[in-house]
Design a protein around this ligand. Structure first.
Ligand code: ADP
Ligand code: MP5
Length: 265
């Protein structure tokens, strides 16, 4: 299941998640948190869904269809985070529970438009991250959550340690925004070992939805029963190829494209 917002441009959020989940061989269910008015240039409006409606979407799917793995993306408000954390305890989602939870702590769009209220940062830090099986921030989110500015490998590792200490079972600190590096390397940490997930940096402005695609590929792999390190390796390869096959759309940032998996270009 993806718990996330919609993007009218079809590049990020629920649309990106469902594309990846389908192509990765799992049935994706949806709990919508917010409707965004969005195109490739930015977000011009957000309509949030009542927290009890978000929780109810999760509850009815858990009760009928069942959940193998869950990811969160855009959550919009602290009240929505609270509702998700409460229903997660009720149906068994989260670390040390039967259903793994991947938390992509989306705070803003790539255009800099806010997708999580400032007041929600405390609930994110103190309630949601502590129940995450894996948390997957980009470098902008790392600064907002931990105060650590990542500039190199050492600070990237320090951020992973801070996120693990906040309660996440595993932390992946994504290096996509570390433009000074010729590689695109993410660091995975479980409190003991660091795993570096390294890939060539692909030179393209069309990377809208990359973070969602990484987290939903990982969630799909966890739903198939893979371990977190195997799921992370799978997801890194998946998002890298999706960035390679991204396409221009509109006047801004086009979407990453998981159709590389099936398309015969
Ligand atoms: N230009 C790029 N080339 C290759 N991989 C990239 C590139 N940009 C981002 N990635 C990878 O895509 C994933 C999403 O990263 P990032 O862009 O940092 O997140 P977000 O989309 O949340 O801002 C990460 O695995 C990152 O390393
Ligand atoms: C509904 C929604 N969810 C997530 C993102 C983040 O994606 P990106 O960082 O590519 O803008 C977004 N723009 N919109």
């Amino acid at each position: 299941m993806t718990i996330a917002g919609t993007d009218s441009g079809g590049g990020a959020g629920v649309a990106a998640d469902l594309r990846t989940m389908a192509l990765a061989g799992v049935h994706g269910c949806v709990a919508v948190t917010a409707v965004t008015v969005q195109n490739t240039l930015g977000v011009t409006g957000v309509h949030t869904i009542p927290p009890e409606t978000v929780a109810a979407q999760i509850r009815v799917v858990a009760q009928d269809i069942g959940l193998n793995a869950v990811k969160t993306g855009m959550l919009a408000t602290g009240a929505i985070i609270d509702a998700i954390v409460d229903v997660a305890a009720e149906v068994g989602i989260g670390r040390d529970r039967p259903i793994p939870l991947v938390v992509d702590p989306v705070c803003a769009s790539m255009h800099g438009d806010r997708l999580l209220a400032v007041e929600a940062m405390t609930a994110l830090r103190e309630r949601l991250i502590p129940i995450a099986t894996v948390v997957t921030p980009n470098l902008d989110e790392v600064v907002l959550i931990t105060g650590i500015e990542v500039v190199d490998d050492e600070t990237q590792r320090a951020a992973a340690v801070a996120l693990h200490e906040m309660g996440a079972q595993w932390a992946i600190v994504k290096g996509g925004h570390l433009r000074s590096s010729p590689r695109s390397a993410d660091i995975l940490y479980d409190g003991t070992d660091f795993l570096r997930l390294d890939y060539e940096r692909i030179d393209t402005p069309h990377d809208h939805g990359a973070g969602d695609t990484l987290a939903s590929a990982m969630t799909s792999a966890l739903a198939h029963g893979m371990s977190v390190p195997d799921a992370a390796r799978f997801a890194k390869g998946w998002v890298s190829e999706s960035i390679r096959w991204s396409y221009p759309l509109g006047a801004g940032h086009g979407p990453v494209n998981p159709l590389w998996r099936v398309a015969n270009y």
